[in-house]
Design a protein around this ligand. Sequence first.
Ligand code: OOG
Ligand code: MG
Length: 257
Amino acid sequence: MSTPLATLAETVDEAARTATAIPQLSIDHPYLGVDDGYAIQALSVARRLARGERRVGVKMGLTSRAKMVQVGVDEVIWGRLTDAMRVEEGGEASFARYVHPRVEPEIAFLMADDLSGNVSPAEAMSAVEAVAPALEIIDSRYRDFKFSLPDVVADNSSSSGFVVGNWRDPETDLSNLGMILEANGRPVQMGSSAAILGDPVRALVAAARMVARWGEKLEAGMIVLAGAATAAHPTPAGTHMRVTVQDLGAVSFTMAE
Ligand code: OOG
Ligand code: MG
């Protein structure tokens, strides 16, 4: 008999809550599919909300070739962001809260209007209030940061923190902006926003479509992360991380003890 999805949701949620690495769910439960992964994710985030966290957005993942290659999964995925994951711009995150955190250079959208289902890039952009440079802190709860597609989806697509810089006019052309990720002042990844599905706006279009499949929408006021333009960088305690995005500016934080 297969383990109830709610039990698996408790397993990944506890792993995240206590920053403890666990074996991939797919090892003991090889029958799990991607839809099971999304069902487990919804149940595990519901546990966070029941503890008082507030839903604030959506993160897209594996929207660039570099990311797909880094983790060996080649499908676009999404996850749910809560207020507890937000790190203040220029502030500190606590290393103790993570298993093996990595940081990624991203672009964030702030929604002005609800958006859901099949939309064109122009329709998607007309629902955007503002855009900003962003950093995502990802942290797989699985040992050695190794997982299958259903595993990573169940683990809320490795969501664990995000930092958003100053919001800018959404008229900014996002299609080919240089992005530099620095660790303690040293450039560690360089790329272009074009690496994000050819244009980060396509990540927003994909987000609207993918959440609709699970009866959700991108709601006015929500933040949507487009996914990393480059591979993620391992971030031990004592690392100051910063991304500079051409035309959008910089955003940074420090990974403290
Ligand atoms: C999955 C999450 C990927 C992105 O921006 O591509 C992601 C992972 O790499 O653990 O957030
Ligand atoms: Mg990301």
